[in-house]
Design a binder for this molecule. Structure first.
Ligand code: GLA
Length: 382
């Protein structure tokens, strides 16, 4: 009898440990402990290009966490509570480096040198034509074959008033066809208000297009088996940039009023998506016009009660409803990532800007510093 009791206690303890690991969303073991201390920790995560890769865990005063790898500057987990206080990750991601080495469609990645598309994979700058790799039909997408999402960044950390991760990368002159040695510094901080702040800086020694963004796929329920078509979105944009069949901007700037692109008031994402061929994958022209940090979009979800606000200094926002996701890849919890099971809000300059002089310029010249800021802020509405 005594043995039986001991055995049951042992089993109970085991199942408690197991379920607490699961509730903790499957980040690095123990990393999402709600009693975790504020600050930043580093875990060895393997190697790529013979360089060491690490996973950094940024914990704020509430014990909420963001995990980021220096492989591709990838945000792997963004762990915050729902309206019932249950914590899980609101971004699609993996627990190990291997998943990322298999090149998923930019899950959580830091995208560059040029986020989004460049038409016909070429552009002319100061009279010279530059040819890029066509990695998306005839177009260049997200920096080319080996963009900033697939390189190992140098990392330094600071444990100050906020956990801070600084990533740097030196992109060589000619890399992926782009001109100029570009030195990029990206700072990730996670504030006590559950704001993931991303600050991008770069300098170059030759004029170059540049468009850096983060490609996190959000599902505010924290469960990719719930469609994002039931999320509600507001975008502070009266205009958008229409695209052709290969998703290259036509050069027009059109009013959203009276179209399925009108998110100027909060709207269910699924309400009019059938009217948009292929789903939403469009750049919205923010009313702020860029320059100062302003609210670009607000996403809410009634299941979790979570709200996500996106602030940016960028003039554009790519709203992408995960149209190409097809269930073949699985999230960190083993659930298939189906079409519309996550969405992206990529702050940016407009797609194909290098070939569209009427759009805000994306050209960085020697002597100037590229500097943009984007903040993803999460809160709960009870
Ligand atoms: C971006 C593009 C999409 C798609 C995804 C990655 O968001 O706009 O068309 O290519 O990246 O799959």
């Amino acid at each position: 009898m005594k043995r039986l009791i001991c055995y049951s206690v042992f089993l109970l303890a085991l199942s408690a440990i197991f379920s607490s690991c699961r509730n903790n969303t499957g980040g690095v073991a123990g990393a999402s402990d709600s009693t975790a201390k504020k600050g930043i920790t580093k875990t060895a995560w393997g190697q790529s290009d013979s360089k060491d890769v690490f996973l950094y865990t940024l914990t704020n005063a509430k014990g909420n966490q963001v995990q980021i790898s220096n492989y591709g500057g990838t945000v792997t987990h963004f762990i915050v509570p729902d309206k019932n206080g249950n914590k899980n990750s609101i971004v699609v991601g993996y627990d190990s480096l291997n998943g990322y080495l298999a090149h998923p469609p930019y899950f959580g990645a830091l995208v560059g040198r040029y986020g989004n598309r460049i038409g016909n994979a070429q552009f002319t700058l100061d009279g010279k034509t530059y040819k890029l790799a066509a990695n998306n039909g005839k177009n260049s997408l997200h920096g080319g074959i080996k963009g900033f999402d697939k390189v190992v960044w140098d990392a330094t950390t600071v444990n100050d008033t906020m956990p801070l991760l600084t990533l740097t990368y030196q992109s060589k002159d000619g890399e992926e066809g782009f001109p100029g040695n570009l030195k990029v510094t990206v700072q990730y901080t996670f504030t006590d208000n559950d704001e993931l702040k991303i600050e991008y800086n770069a300098v170059t020694d030759k004029a170059t297009p540049i468009n850096l963004t983060n490609h996190s796929y959000f599902n505010l329920t924290g469960d990719v088996s719930n469609t994002i078509l039931n999320h509600t979105l507001q975008i502070n944009a009266d205009n958008y940039t229409p695209v052709d069949t290969s998703l290259i901007t036509t050069g027009e700037i059109k009013l959203v009023k009276g179209t399925p692109f009108d998110f100027t008031t909060p709207m269910k994402i699924g309400a009019r998506i059938d009217l948009v061929k292929g789903g939403y994958d469009h750049n919205f022209v923010l009313n702020s016009k860029g320059g100062s940090l302003q609210l670009a979009a607000t996403l809410t979800d009634s299941i979790s009660g979570r709200k996500l606000e996106v602030f940016t200094t960028e003039p554009g926002l790519q709203f992408y409803t995960g149209n190409f996701l097809d269930g073949k890849l699985t999230n960190h919890d083993g659930k298939p990532i189906n079409q519309h099971s996550a969405l992206c809000m990529e702050t940016q300059h407009f797609p194909d800007s290098p070939n569209k002089p009427q759009f805000p310029s994306c050209i960085l010249r020697p002597g100037s510093t590229y500097h943009t800021v984007t903040v993803y802020k999460v809160s709960v509405e009870k």
